[in-house]
Ligand binder design. Structure first.
Ligand code: AMP
Length: 413
């Protein structure tokens, strides 16, 4: 037997159902908020991720699936959605009219060569949104609240949005400098990864999973003290807008996120009791330019779909959707009628099943137990143009004209 690869999963049964429910809700909300769907390729030039996500991030330095294709091109399986969408925006000149905000949403599998553990897979699914060509803090608020409202609609209520700001370029660079100065004398106490990060990506030291609880972390410089006046005001405005939109949020000054391209707001949706990060995002005003496009500010987020599925399965009853009708048949003649009636019912939105497995009457009764109604066919009645309908709850039976079966069923379901 050939088994699935480490860190990959088959999604079926209850999980499959919830996965579809999530896409349904995301599609509905994306439409309400006026987003268009975009699909970009599963693999891109390796260079794209080096130039966007960042050379020194964990994702690019240790986690990408890189390979050379048969034409010797350097290819990477996408580890996240934003870089590919930004590439598509530039390549297809989606910013045609410079007054439009471009609102896009996507879903798809992502690949990261991580150590598989709970909530961390090598193949996983993200759904996300990106808004280009607006630097308005109102859009930051709208994007954050869109994610929050999707979670609410999915019945995921015990969540807070952790928000932080990295400020504008200047604030961020002053803050980074002060972090380096602060951590340098403590370098020997830091984990090996952070010892490297101090030179390559000092901000990332702040969200180190290993060192986080140490006292030197608690006393580290805070971004607030390095924000320019404008960045500070922008963050305050965002807070008042999130209040208007009823978003439960907390300020978390250690939140920096693992990708290089953010400025201003960064945020994560985190469950309160189990501390699971369901998704995250932020503003990235320089990425489009950095990838060779025009100066277009942008903001977006992504959810990890498998984490949403787990959250829903662990905390909610997943209802089995009952069959409306099971059509019982035994011989060839009955089967022909069953097939025709089943199509008639299904095209009238009635959820219907037939005996597709040559089962005995007894086995069919057993299988049909979860149906609201049975239609029982027998040759004698069919010759008179009749079928029998049984209410599975009351066991009452009536004979109905075969030619009127759909109308009849629509009247009682
Ligand atoms: P990121 O692209 O790293 O900002 O991640 C956004 C969201 O995707 C996270 O909050 C997770 O919910 C999900 N995610 C990221 N990496 C993984 C992974 N390896 N396995 C499952 N979900 C992931």
């Amino acid at each position: 037997m050939i088994n699935r690869q480490k860190g990959t999963y088959d999604i079926y049964g209850k999980e499959g159902k919830v996965l579809k429910q999530i896409s349904y809700v995301v599609d509905a909300y994306a439409s309400l908020y006026n987003y268009d769907y975009i699909r970009t390729p599963l693999f891109e030039a390796t260079e794209l991720y080096h130039r966007s996500v960042g050379e020194n991030t964990d994702i690019v330095s240790k986690e990408t699936y890189d390979f050379k294709d048969r034409g010797e091109r350097n290819i990477t399986l996408r580890p996240e959605g934003t870089a590919g969408i930004t590439r598509a925006l530039i390549e297809n000149k989606l910013y045609g009219n410079r007054n439009d905000t471009i609102k896009l949403y996507y879903d798809g599998t992502m690949y990261r060569y991580e150590r598989p553990q709970s909530g961390r897979n090598r193949e996983f699914t993200q759904v996300g949104v990106e808004v280009f060509n607006s630097d308005d803090v109102m859009i930051d608020a709208e994007v954050i609240s869109l994610g929050f409202n999707i979670l609410r609609e999915l019945g995921i209520n015990d969540v807070e949005v952790h928000i932080n700001t990295l400020g504008d370029k200047e604030s961020r660079s002053n803050y980074t400098e002060s972090l380096v100065e602060y951590f340098k004398p403590h370098i020997n106490n830091l984990c090996p990864d952070c010892q490297k990060r101090i030179n390559t990506n000092p901000l990332r030291i702040l969200d180190c999973k290993v060192d986080r609880e140490m006292d030197i972390f608690k006393n580290a410089p805070k971004i607030n003290d390095y924000l320019s006046k404008d960045s500070m005001e922008r963050f305050k405005k965002l807070e008042s807008m999130l209040k208007i939109l009823d978003v439960d949020y907390v300020i978390d000054n250690n939140l920096v996120r693992g990708l290089d391209y953010y400025d201003h707001v960064v945020f994560e949706y985190i469950t309160n009791y189990s501390n699971v990060t369901l998704g995250g995002g932020g503003r990235y005003n320089h990425l489009v330019e950095q990838l060779g496009g025009p100066e277009l500010p942008a903001v977006g987020f992504a959810f990890g779909v498998e984490r949403l599925i787990n959250e829903i399965i662990n905390n909610q009853e997943i209802e089995e959707q009952k069959l409306d009708v099971y059509i019982m048949s035994i011989n060839e003649e009955e089967k022909m009628h069953a097939l025709e009636i089943s199509q008639n019912l299904r095209l009238n939105d009635i959820k219907t099943e037939i005996n597709g497995n040559n089962l005995s009457m007894k086995s069919q009764f057993k299988i049909a137990d979860n149906a609201k109604f049975l239609i029982i066919l027998n040759s004698e009645e069919l010759n008179k143009g009749l079928v029998k309908v049984r209410d599975n709850a009351t066991k009452e039976e009536v004979s109905v004209d075969e030619s009127e079966i759909a109308e009849y069923m629509l009247g009682i379901i």
